[in-house]
Every structure is written in structure tokens, then in C-alpha cells.
Ligand binder design. Sequence first.
Ligand code: AHR
Length: 675
Amino acid sequence: MENRLLIDANGKQNELNDLFGIFFEDLNHAADGGLYAELIQNRSFEFDKIDNPDYHAMTAWECVENSGKAAFHIETSNPVSARNPHYLVIDIKQPGKDVGVLNTGFNTGIPLKKGETYYFTCFAKRTEPQEALEVSLRSRDGKVYTSASFHVEADWTKTELTLVSPAEDNCARLAVTVKGESSAALDFVSLFPADTYKGRRNGLRKDLAQLLEAMHPRFLRFPGGCLVHDGSLDADDRNSMYRWKNTIGPLWERPARRSNWGYNQTLGLGYYEYFQLCEDIGAKPIPVLPGGYDPHHRRVAPLDELQPWIDDALDLIEFANGDAQTTKWGAVRAKLGHEAPFGLEYIAVGNEEVGEPFFERYPYFHKAIREKYPDIKIINTASPFAAGGEYERGWKSARENRSDLVDEHYYMAPEWFLANHHRYDSFSADGPKVFLGEYASHGNTWGNALAEASYMVGLERNAGAVKLACYAPLFCNVDYTNWQPDMIWFDNHRSYGTPNYYIQKLFMNYQGDYTLPLIADFAEENEYPGPERQNISGELVFAAGQEDGKVVYSRIEITNDDTNETYRFSDITIDKAHKESVVGHLDWTNVTIKCTAKELEGFKGFKIYFGKNAEGDKLEWELGGWQNQDDCLVEHTKGGSSCLSQYLFTVEKNREYELTLQLRGRSIQTFVDGK
Ligand code: AHR
């Protein structure tokens, strides 16, 4: 008999609709220095220590005094825009032919292509308007490729010029030099290639946008990520959470923003540009809004001050979909250049929030959106964990509020993706659906991509319960890595898709309309054999949550629950000198490990490893992980780690906890103080 796959071509099952899409977050310099085609770094002299301890207002700028001398200082008394208060003043001390500033761009510099056109924009003013300024494109060692002179008024004057590069150079600089004797002030110094994606002004880098277009993503989730909710509550604050209204309108009016990824966001790639990108690549927009709560710093908008946050959500829907003539925000959109609605269908409130303050606030957003826009699909969020207390909390909130979708996030070892191929088989197609808004296996090898492909087959098969899925993160500038792996890597002039990219592209390019019933009729049953061992076998190791922590484990007791043999151990102290202690090697099926644990120094609690083998694969029970906020069960395989389950838990110093770890074959339960 032959092996056969039987496909019932008449048996239409689940529609795949918008299943596979992409997620863009400005980390790894994905926007500034990446997709956003601006070539000048720190164009408004707004870089600041708030963004990054190494930043200052002159980051990426160098003083030029090849002929002539000047004093350079940053002022704020009379800016182009109060929202971008810093500007550069060049006080000429000794006039010369080549005195001013130059910008070093991103990576190795400004990438120039021979014969290509570049748009230069800047605001400047001079005490003596008849004296000229000069903009030039030049090599790293000062050779001027092309230049143009311009004059400005005694008050801020906007200049726009076109430059054509006669040279090919990936390390070029843009210089603005000052002729004559009078002082000059500069702000918003910008350079864009004319050849952007779809030729748009303030546009996107063509090669990067084309890689996205080629995927044919059904949707684009944006603008983050943690970037959305990491920040202060005041929208006018430099350090504020991501507030979309700050990201539209004239570029020089958009406030520079500190991003939690350790750099500065110009917000030049703002909500209008995101919607336009979605339209250009044929993807449905899925904006993510903060829910008035920053879980990283536990900043919470008081309930009686939540309305502006809710209004942000309602106004965004109106901005995207409202009539250009009869609605306030629809008119704003039209004024920006897009008369027709953008056709928003989804909105997400929150990004992997943990903690009650979010779930207390979510219903207010949900109710307001549902009442005003019943057709918009509302996305709730279920923590950055694949299972556990906060994950369940998100789903509970989604069921109670009747959210349309729940955003799940997890980054795991490839082995986890293979082992969890059937994760969604048991998920119901009734009630809230799954939006797998961030996932990736740890790596950019073909092995990782294949593990993800296997998982995506599982997503397709369960398209009744899983409605949207996107890999993360999307982009990484090789010289500014915050997070890896990533799907697409680039520098200032090159880009390439990883194997993970090509898998995503494959699934998107060939996404079907619906699933068909499939029966595997095999001559020989060749079922997945399951794990080789039916128990967890290996070393038991006690450690502290952090390298220099000091913790004491006492009353240690290990019981073989099949034979009732019990072994007792004397106290173990973990400290700087004695970082971990191997208690023994266990190879039993049903085991209970008990002890008490107390933290004396440090702030990240306890770590108990078990099932540790010679290759270093192991399981870990971590109490007080991340910012001493989590109780996690983690699996370490081949150097990668997968958080199997998480609960909120904070270790208090000098308090004794009773810990119990119970193994039943390969099933694990952990208890703290009997809970
Ligand atoms: O994708 C990288 C980060 O991972 C995102 O900002 C966040 O949502 C998640 O923790």
C-alpha cells in the first residue's frame, strides 16, 4: 500500500483572510538610519542624554575649520519650532573659505550614487543676509563633489536645493559652510535621495521598502513594540510614550522623541507615512496604541485622566477613515494629501502589557471604540509569554470584554517551535481570535527558518482560531543592533533578507484563500515519537538570580515519590565566591524537591536549574526575573532559551520562601509558599 495524502477539494474549511503580515518597530535603527530615507543624523540638533548617555546636541556633526575659525554653540532662545528648541549657532571668528559644520550620516556616512539627485533642506538665518552659505557633498577626507550657495534672511528662512552627485561614495559627508563675517544659525538640516520608494518626498529607502513589497504582506503592525508604551504620561514630554498626534504635520514641528531603544526618533516616519506605506505595499494597517500604562516603569494614567488616551484611539480611527469634508481628523488627513480614507479595520490597544493597571484601563478604550466604531476589530494583549498568569490574564480580559483578537508574543528556541507545532489545535474558533503579533526562533539560519515554517503550517491549519501572525523584529541596521535575530539586515547602502525573510515571503506570496480538509493515509504509522526520555534527568543546581547576589537555601529535601526515599541536605549559601552549587543528579520519574530560600543581597532572587545534561541543556525555575517581577519556568536548549510559563512575582529581601518543585514524568509544577 502507498502513503497517500487525501485532499478534499470541495470541503472548504477556514478562510485565511489577513493571516500573514509584517511588524515594523523602530528598533535597531529600523526607521531613522533605516527605512526612513533621511541621510542626515541628528538633523535638528535635538540629540540628548535623555535618548542615550553618549548623545549631545552635536552628535554626528563635526566642526569644519579648514580655512577660517568659528565658535560653535547650541541655543534655544529663538527656535524654528518650540517643539524642537535646539539649533546651532556658528559665530565666525575669522572668515574663511571653509568654515562651518559637516554631518557624518549613519554607518560609514552618507551613501551617494553617481548621477543621482539629492534634496537638501534647511532652516537658517544670518545677521548679514547678503553673506552666503554653502552646502556641499564631500568625501570623508574633504574632497568636494558638488556644492551650491544660498542666502537667508535675518530671521529663519527655509531653503530647498537640489544636488546631483558626480561620485559614488558610501562614506560621504554633507557640509554647510559660512561665507563672510556674520554669525549664522542652522536648524533642520536634511538630505534625502530623490530616488525614494515610489518617489515620495520625505520618503522611504527604496531597497528596504521593496523587500517589504515583495513579501505581499496582508497587514503591517506598527509602530511598536515596547516603543509604544515605554515613556512618560505627558504627550509633550521628550520622554513620552508614543503619541501618534506628535507624528504628523510639518517635519520640523514633530518633536524629537527618546526611544526606549537607546536612541532618538525624529518621528519623520510618522502615522501619515505609515498609512501611506501600508497603501503602497498593499497591507492593511494595524496601529498599536498605548493604554495609558507603562509597564516598564509602572507609570499609570489616573482613570479620571484617561480620556485623552481614549480620544487618541477614537481620533486615530477618524484620521484614517473619517470623511475629508465632515470630520475634523478626516480633514487633517486630506490636508496632508490623502483625501480618500485609508480603510482602517483593526486597532490594537497595548503591547504585551503585564499588570492589573492595564487590564483596569483596557475596558474604557474598548467600550468607547466599540460604541463609536462597531466595525473596527479591537485587539487586546496577552503579555510577552506563551503561557502563565499574565498570559491568562490577557485572555481573560479579552473574553470578558469581547475583544476581537488577542496579541500573543514569544521568542523561543527553534526546538520549542517544532515541539509546539500543535499549540493552536486546541484553541477555539469561537470568541477572541489569536493575533500572533511577535514571534521568532532564536537565529537566522535555515534551521530556524524551517522551524518557523513548520510552525506557520500549524498557524494556517488553525486559521479558524488564528487570524493574524507576523515575525519580529523586521529590520536591523548592522551597526546599531538592539535585538537579534531580525528578518532583514542592512547598512547604509546594502540590504539582504535572511532565510527567515524568505520563509515569510514564501508563505505570504502563496497564502491560500481557505484551508481544505487533508487526510494523511500512511501505510505505516510514523507518528512523532515524542521526547526520547519520559522523565527529566540531569543535575540539580542552586544559584542566585544575579551574579553578585547572596542567597541561602535551607531545609533542602528531595523525595523519590515512587519509592518514598527522601534525601536531606545541609544549608547552601550562594554568593560571589560560590556562584552555584550542584546538589545532585536526578533520574527519577516522580520527584519532589523542597527547600526554603532567602535573599540576603542583590535584587533578582533565585535560580534553580534541573535536568541539566552534559551539553548544558537544562530547565530553570527563576524567581525574581526581569526587573524582579517574574516567576518563570525556562527551557534552555542548544544555547537558546524558551520561557515556558510566567507568573508575576517579586522577591522580598530577607524573607524566607518555601519552594517546591514537583516533577511528574515530563510535567513540572512549581509552588511558592504552597501556592
Ligand atoms: O520585537 C522586539 C520587542 O520584543 C518588542 O518591542 C516588544 O514588544 C517585545 O518584547
